[in-house]
Design a protein around this ligand. Structure first.
Ligand code: ADP
Ligand code: MG
Ligand code: MG
Length: 889
């Protein structure tokens, strides 16, 4: 059998891989290979495939047998391309070891630079570069990084060692350190390692390499990586690749530099080259926020009123080459690119390219611009925008006329505005958010350990860091507003407060963050509703042209209906009538109806409710114009409307004209041990038919009222919680009779439908006969998920997280539909229903109706529409279009 290829070389004029091989080589490796194929200056290297990672975890953390030999061979080729020897004291090859999974996971995996240095090779590097200071600086960086990432040692001691060397010499900054100083620091570093580790720092470059490779694979399973995967639906089985690449040095003096760039502005989408760099720096210095990076272009420098020279001014030839490279890359990938580059003694090297992360606003603008530039088609534009990310644009922003009480200013790192209370600790942010508190995380700067707290926050503020800092990149990805580099902020953790401009803000106080303007404001600012205009509206028209599924909304009030129609809803898929009964005025009548002991008393209470219910439907029909409105008749267990504590009962009893004792015994009599599976839904109407009779009469009277005013209402009455055809037979019979009666009296005949929710497994299984009577099905996927999995949504918190973490379930079934289980019932019910009644209208009205992954499933299942909350309607429109395009292939 032919040996499996575990290692792929790239750079120096030939590459075994290319951009299409992301699954095998990871995003970084595939793009490094592609860039070198394009003839761009990429330092040579090789990629150890993601399959090695998968094998590693499948085989108790051991490598495939042939791996070592393949790595040796690849290293030999790399040495030849680089013209240096790995571990060669006179002409040493140094490498970086970088992780890279299929989907980019920023900051999740740790890169080791300058690997291959030891007491001998450092001398070689000093000679070759003619710069001993540089060589020993690189060496100490390597020991520090390797000890942190690979050996996982405490790094506090390293900082102390460096600090005391500086004190000893009376230096105030690292730049004053000489070669001899760094040499002394290296010696102390190595001593510290040996003390902590119990054995010396590995000096053999080969040992160093395998240590780093192992650490990359191990980091695939660290908490940060697991958390990121969980929140981005990245399967654990994908694994990460490892890239080993010849080092180039951005820290070889004033003619060297390192930087990051975006081919368009990732925050606004504006078509301008955008980025930051540092002279005489290496690796993550730019994003670490230790030195403040400078703008790439002169225009950006002037705009930001910076004094330090831009790259364009400092290194015009390199800048021109970088511009040519970025234009080539953007045209080649036909998408906005996020680049990393290093300049070693005036020579440009490309270290990374990938499709850049962007805000939803930028995504829309870039998609529309690229269609205009003829780079992509409108269908491609639709596929380019992350549907879930549109959520960023569907939230309120600060009202124009609002007078801002600005605490401090920073960089507009991630757009949108949010209000919340100040917290400083990510764990606390998570805790408070779990208690439904809206929090804003204020930090010096953030690191990957803080991700859970960032996720739990409405917005993030950092005192340090630039537009490409960790906080900025992660916040943009999560769609959280972020202000970074708010330099005035001084955080005092002990006192639980921060100060800025002489003012003090305490933990727990309310602030507003405007990530679009870079403002942090006192108090809760006045917000305005979002609008669907400009590029957003343009992409929506392209989406509408591409989609097959209709999009409706779940709306119980005319206000919700208005919002949804503005966002493009084509009807109401779920109007829950019970919400109409909680109103202070009506609840008394509802309670009378519930506690009634005779039919007469019940009917009397229902008569009180009737005019209100009729007015509700008139308002909803009007708001929806001639669009269909699915009205679900009363569904929840009745006890939900009753008072429960002794005090509440005592308070309510007089208004019902009964004694507290009597009411208390009625409440007890109505109590159920499992109300969600109890006396609810159409079961109520089978036992007390007069409830649905009242609702049906209100619907038909309202429809006639509205029709008399010239509108064309389309009522669709939906019976909840049915399990048999017989229930429908009884209830539909009564509804049709009432329709006939009302229409006769009013002298007009209107179209209406009577259908049912499919939310219990039995209903899905018996869909064939239920469809003999039901004129439409609407899948109530919340209840259907609970009933199919036997998992109560309210009690799932204790174990569902672990289930998803351990991949017992691939994702939370209440967020994305369980396609294999619940989905199977949906498919079956569609098939059986349509076999009975051709053209049976099929929809879904659970939470899943606004979830892109679930919408893709409903598209494949052949439903007619999805229904979701008003603010998710644009997300559903786009997701439906993407699902349709994906099917076309
Ligand atoms: P991340 O995935 O977090 O961006 P990278 O693997 O891209 O991590 O590495 C981080 C940084 O290390 C890069 O931006 C680059 O500046 C530096 N780096 C990586 N490999 C090399 C190399 N071969 N030569 C010089 N710098 C490198
Ligand atoms: Mg990178
Ligand atoms: Mg239900």
């Amino acid at each position: 059998m032919a040996q499996k290829q575990w290692v792929y070389g790239f750079g120096g004029g030939e590459s075994a891989g290319d951009a299409s091989m992301k699954a095998l080589l990871g995003g970084k490796g595939a793009n490094l290979a592609e860039m070198s194929k394009l003839g761009l200056p990429v330092p040579p290297g090789f990629t150890i495939t993601t399959e090695v990672c998968t094998e590693f975890y499948e085989n108790k953390r051991t490598y495939p047998a042939e791996l070592a030999a393949q790595v040796d061979a690849a290293m030999a080729v790399l040495e030849k391309k680089a013209g240096k020897g790995f571990g060669d004291a006179s002409n040493p090859l140094l490498v970086s070891v970088r992780s890279g999974s299929r989907a980019s996971m920023p900051g999740m995996m740790d890169t080791v630079l300058n690997l291959g240095l030891n007491d001998e090779t450092v001398e070689g590097l000093a000679k070759l570069s003619g710069d001993a200071r540089f060589a020993y600086d690189s060496y100490r960086r390597f020991i520090q990084m390797y000890s942190d990432v690979v050996l996982e040692l405490e790094h506090g001691e390293f900082e102390e060692i460096l600090g005391s060397q500086k004190d000893l010499q009376g230096y105030s900054s690292d730049t004053e350190m000489t070669a001899e100083d760094w040499k002394a620091v290296v010696k102390e570093y190595k001593r510290a390692v040996e003390r902590q580790l119990g054995k010396p720092f590995p000096s053999d470059p080969k040992d160093q390499l395998w240590g780093a490779v192992g650490a990359v694979f191990a980091s695939w399973m660290n908490d940060r990586a697991i958390f990121y995967r969980k929140h981005n639906n990245i399967p654990e089985s994908w694994g990460t690749a490892v890239n080993v690449q010849a080092m180039v040095f951005g820290n070889m003096g004033e003619t060297s530099a390192t930087g990051v760039a975006f081919t368009r502005d990732p925050s606004t989408g504006a078509k301008k080259f955008y980025g930051e760099f540092l002279i005489n720096a290496q690796g993550e210095d730019v994003v670490a926020g230790i030195r403040t990076p400078r703008a790439l272009t002169k225009a950006a420098r002037l705009e930001m009123k910076e004094t330090g020279e831009s790259l364009e001014e400092a290194m015009p030839a390199v800048f021109a080459e970088l511009v040519a490279v970025y234009q080539k890359l953007e045209a080649h990938y036909r998408d906005m690119q996020d680049l990393e580059f290093t300049v070693e003694r005036d020579k440009l090297y490309m270290l990374q390219t990938r499709n850049g992360k962007r805000t939803a606003k930028a995504a829309l603008k870039i998609a529309v611009d690229m269609v205009g530039e003829g780079l992509i088609t409108t269908d491609e534009a639709v596929l380019r925008v992350d549907a879930a990310a549109l959520d960023q644009l569907l939230h309120p922003t600060i009202a124009d006329g609002y007078t801002r009480d600005i605490i401090c200013r920073g960089l507009p790192a991630s757009p949108g505005a949010a209000v919340g209370i100040v917290v400083f600790d990510p764990d606390e942010a998570e805790r408070l958010a779990a208690d439904r508190q809206k929090v804003i995380l204020v930090r010096e700067e953030t690191s990957p350990e803080d991700i859970h707290g960032m996720h739990a926050s409405q917005a993030i503020v950092t005192a340090r860091g630039g537009m490409t800092s960790h906080a900025a990149v992660v916040a943009r990805g999560m769609g959280r507003p972020c202000v970074s580099g708010a330099g005035d902020i001084r955080i005092n953790m002990k006192a639980g407060e921060f100060t800025a401009g002489g003012r003090v803000v305490k933990r727990g106080e309310t602030i507003t963050v405007d990530g679009s303007a870079g403002h942090v404001l006192f108090g809760a600012a006045q917000m305005v509703e979002p609008e669907l205009t400009g590029d957003f509206a343009t992409v929506m028209t392209w989406a509408d042209a591409a989609r097959r599924l209709k999009v409706r909304t779940n709306a119980d009030t005319p206000h919700d209906a208005d919002v949804a129609v503005k966002f493009g809803a084509e009807g109401i898929g779920l109007c829950r009538t019970e919400h109409m009964f909680f109103d202070a005025q009506r609840i008394a009548s509802v309670r009378k109806m519930i506690v009634a002991e005779t039919q007469g008393a019940r009917i009397k209470a229902l008569d009180e409710l009737f005019p209100h219910q009729r007015a509700d439907f008139v308002a909803i029909f009007k708001a929806m114009g001639g669009r269909p409105v699915t009205i679900r008749f009363l569904d929840p267990p009745l006890h939900e409307f009753l008072p429960h504590s002794e005090e509440d009962i005592a308070e309510v009893a007089p208004s019902l004209g009964v004694t507290a004792d009597w009411l208390s015994s009625r409440v007890k009599a109505l109590a159920e041990s499992n109300p969600m599976l109890g006396f609810r839904g159409c079961r109520l109407a089978i036992v007390f038919p007069e409830i649905y009779d009242m609702q049906a009469r209100a619907v038909f009277e309202a429809a006639c009222d509205v029709a008399e005013q010239g509108a064309a209402p389309i009522p669709e009455i939906m019976i909840p919680f049915a399990i048999t055809k017989k229930e429908l037979e009884i209830l539909k019979g009564r509804i049709d009779a009432i329709a006939g009666e009302v229409f006769g009296k009013r002298g007009r005949k209107l179209d209406y439908l009577v259908g049912t929710m499919i939310e219990l497994p039995r209903a899905a299984l018996r869909a064939g006969e239920i469809a003999e009577l039901a004129e439409f099905f609407s899948f109530g996927t919340n209840d259907l998920t609970q009933a199919t999995l036997g998992v109560s949504r309210d009690d799932a918190g204790r174990f569902l997280g672990t289930y998803v973490e351990r991949q017992v379930l691939t994702s939370d079934p209440f967020v994305s539909i369980d396609a294999d289980g619940v989905g199977e019932l949906v498919r079956l019910a569609c098939e059986r229903g349509r076999a009975t009644r051709q053209g049976l209208k099929l929809g879904i009205c659970g939470e899943h109706g606004g979830d892109p992954a679930s919408i893709a499933f409903f598209e494949r299942a052949g439903l007619d529409y999805v229904s979701c909350s008003p603010y998710r309607v644009p997300i559903a429109r786009l997701a439906a279009a993407q699902a349709a395009l994906a099917r076309k292939g």
